[in-house]
Design a binder for this molecule. Structure first.
Ligand code: SAM
Length: 295
């Protein structure tokens, strides 16, 4: 009992006592995040960082951010992964920036269906990569778009959609294909019925995506700063709302690597507030934040 009381008082002390984030610890964390993810944190992100770090410091029952910095230095990959998952911003939604899916449905897929050569195995090959896939909603939007546009043609294609992200938590959600039902509330009723099962009993607030679209997608953990094991070429690369977190040098380096992995005529799609900077000269701008590698 005494011990229980002691723990509880200790817990309360921890909660009530505001832990200070010193400039030194903030600088260490910013550098650690930059080195490990490419994400640039500055003073405008200090509040956000403080909130997310406070949660971890409490979970770890530490007394200060300095102790957490020590833990990060000494604990290796396990703590690092946990920390990175906490630091990333995973905002996404089904059919986010819908003009990209409209472009695929109305322009790109009809064009590919007309022009792609049939391979020796009798199939036409289509490769799509979402390089910051978050929880998979972007991927399932791509797969639904393929189903709706290609219909029966789809069975004649060898289609692979690759989903990668640095964050293992969101990848796990993507792999499971299970979402809160609210996430799909804006989709047309027909799509909800065709591509999602609704849970029952305790799970009635959840939906699970249908195997027919899940089977097109492979989820893998990949840090964009590291070596990429895939060879491509990709017909379409989604790189949406991730380079915004990186500095110009990292962005340019990534654009060069995306360019290499794209098939001639392939598309690179960026997020609404992103642009190619100096790399624009190597691509044709064919739509809003839609860039084509020339043939
Ligand atoms: C805001 S979400 C964008 C999700 C989706 N592309 C969209 O536009 O809806 C950014 C994603 O980038 C991922 N990310 C951040 N740094 C990364 C890195 N170095 N390598 C791979 N993914 C990274 C985050 O984990 C996060 O899931």
């Amino acid at each position: 009992m005494m011990q229980h009381q002691g723990q509880s008082i200790q817990g309360q002390d921890n909660r009530n006592h505001a832990v200070k984030l010193s400039d030194k610890d903030f600088a260490f964390i910013c550098e650690f995040v930059y080195q490990n993810t490419g994400i640039v944190l500055n003073d405008s992100k200090r509040e956000m960082l403080y909130r997310r770090l406070t949660r971890i410091v409490r979970e770890r029952k530490l007394k200060s951010f300095s102790e957490y910095c020590q833990l990060l230095k000494s604990q290796g990959d396990k703590e690092k992964d946990y920390f990175i998952n906490a630091i990333t911003t995973n905002l996404t939604s089904f059919f986010r920036e819908n003009h990209h899916f409209e472009f695929l449905a109305n322009k790109e897929l009809p064009k590919l269906m007309k022009n792609k050569a049939t391979l020796a195995n009798g199939k036409k090959r289509l490769r799509i990569w979402s390089s910051a896939s978050s929880n998979g909603e972007e991927l399932y939007s791509i797969a639904i778009t393929l189903h709706e546009s290609m219909k029966k043609e789809l069975s004649k294609w060898d289609v692979k959609i690759l989903a990668t992200d640095i964050d293992s938590n969101v990848l796990a959600t993507g792999k499971s294909g299970i979402y809160d039902i609210k996430r799909i509330e804006d989709l047309p009723q027909k799509q909800k019925e065709k591509y999602f099962y609704q849970g029952c009993g305790n799970s009635s607030n959840s939906v699970k995506v249908h195997e027919k679209i899940q089977s097109l997608i492979t989820f893998k953990q990949l840090n964009l700063l590291h070596e990429w094991p895939m060879k491509g070429p990709f017909d379409v690369i989604f790189c949406r709302n991730v380079i915004i977190y990186f500095d110009k040098a990292t962005q340019q380096d990534l654009f060069a690597r995306y360019y290499e992995l794209l098939a001639p005529g392939g598309l690179l799609l960026l997020g609404h507030s992103e642009n190619l900077g100096n790399y624009q000269q190597y691509f044709d701008n064919v739509g809003r934040t839609i860039f084509r590698k020339p043939l």
